[in-house]
Write a protein that binds this ligand. Structure first.
Ligand SMILES: *Cc1c(COP(=O)(O)O)cnc(C)c1O
Length: 398
């Protein structure tokens, strides 16, 4: 997945344009910038690439989720449904706005279980956040139907699935709002950065203003602009946006290399009858950034994960034992270890987490191993890796 593996002259040229003028900020300084508007240009390129009406760049993927939720009016008193398997950013963003995260089970897609979502809807639910983990997606048809039925906002966290599609549409462009991350380990990187994408003009204008202290961006005198509502600073810099312009040009190549490497490993592992793969919803095509497969049970998955590490099969994750991506190890959330006071509403709202079992999620995450798909591997290296993985798994299954 990591775009940083392909980095060079394309990115350097764009960054040098910014260094030549010295205008490192995305807004203002019109006279000094030699016509370079890297953030604006990247927004246009992202709109074209992902066929979305509007893109707002921000400083990170976490910022993108926070801005998207704020743009859709999510705040105190609201509940947001999200999956047990995600990155901590999902609940961080919800809680920053004073809303309550409601964690629910995943299914064999490794993303939100539509049944679990339906069961969790209350009169306080405002939004559903589907997180397209490890290059593949949720059942967008089922999730959209639930959201339509209950009049909920559907937000897509596509931070790990850039380049994946559902019924021909780019992941991130399907729900009311979508979010991308361009941090250093994502499919394309800006160093740090993120984007909100939407076809809703209102949500876009809210994102544009909110991410820059409420500036309405009318006219060309920043000091004279008005502030229709409160905002914050989630701006991206011109330097970061410039890197992204170079990286976005590489996206087709990145996806093609991922698909090739993914396919070699998947075909090798499919020869083991006990190994199964995550379900990709009908109409979906993965970004091929990760290969996710299931072993028969938790013990086997743990043994395989250990043996991979001991034998130099790197970049494989057993998320069941991971601190950052799975609910099991989020004591800081369950015990609300916050630096500042949390409202009683949120405290009460997440009390359910302490005793929660999430048996369905454990069943899938406990047996799952996720192999990152790298861009720098040669074909020989991928084949060697695949046969090593097969050997190790067969040995443990014996
Ligand atoms: C990386 C990531 C984020 C956060 O993005 P940052 O740019 O690192 O803030 C959010 N959600 C998911 C699923 C991610 O993988």
């Amino acid at each position: 997945m990591p775009g940083f593996e392909l980095f060079g002259d394309l990115e350097r040229k764009e960054v040098n344009d910014v260094l030549d003028s010295g205008v490192l900020m995305r807004y203002g300084f019109d006279g000094m910038r030699n016509g370079h508007w890297k953030a604006k240009e990247l927004e246009k390129e992202l709109e074209n690439t992902f066929k979305a009406n509007h893109v707002q760049l921000v400083s990170s993927g976490t910022a993108a989720i926070s801005v998207a939720l704020a743009a859709a009016g999510v705040g105190a008193g609201d509940e947001v449904i999200l999956p047990t398997f995600t990155f901590v950013a999902s609940f961080e963003a919800v809680m920053m706005l004073g809303a309550t995260p409601v964690l629910v089970d995943i299914d064999d897609t490794l993303t939100l279980s539509p049944n679990a979502v339906e069961a969790a809807v209350t009169s306080k639910t405002k939004a559903v956040m589907v997180v397209h983990m490890c290059g593949s997606m949720g059942d967008m048809h089922a999730l959209q139907s639930i959201c339509d039925k209950h009049n909920l906002i559907l937000l897509e966290d596509a931070c790990q699935a850039i380049g994946g599609t559902y019924n021909g549409k780019a992941l991130g462009s399907i729900g009311d709002l979508g979010c991308f991350s361009f941090d250093f380990v994502k499919t394309i990187t800006c160093g740090e950065g993120g984007a909100v994408i939407t076809n809703n003009e209102n949500y876009y204008l809210h994102s544009d203003h909110y991410s820059d202290h409420g500036h309405d961006h009318v006219g060309n005198d920043r000091g004279a602009e008005s502030h229709p509502f409160l905002g914050y600073n989630f701006r991206i810099s011109e330097l970061h946006a410039a890197v992204g312009l170079g990286q976005l040009k590489r996206l087709p190549e990145i996806i093609a290399v991922q698909k090739k490497n993914f396919t070699i490993i998947r075909e090798a592992l499919s020869l083991i009858p006990e190994v199964t793969f995550r379900t990709v919803p009908e109409g979906g095509e993965e970004s091929y950034g990760f290969l996710n497969f299931f072993l028969p049970n938790l013990e086997t998955a743990r043994k395989v994960s250990e043996a991979f590490k001991e034998n130099g099969v790197d970049a494989c994750f057993h998320y069941y034992d991971n601190n950052w991506h799975y609910v099991r190890k989020w004591e800081h959330l369950k015990e609300l270890k916050s630096l500042y006071p949390i409202s009683d509403e949120v405290k009460n709202g997440i009390a359910y987490l302490k005793g929660a079992e999430f048996a369905e999620s454990n069943y899938y995450i406990g047996r799952n191993i996720s192999s990152l798909i790298k861009l720098s591997w040669t074909e020989e290296e991928v084949k060697a890796r695949a046969s090593k993985m097969v050997q190790i798994i067969q040995n443990i299954l014996k």
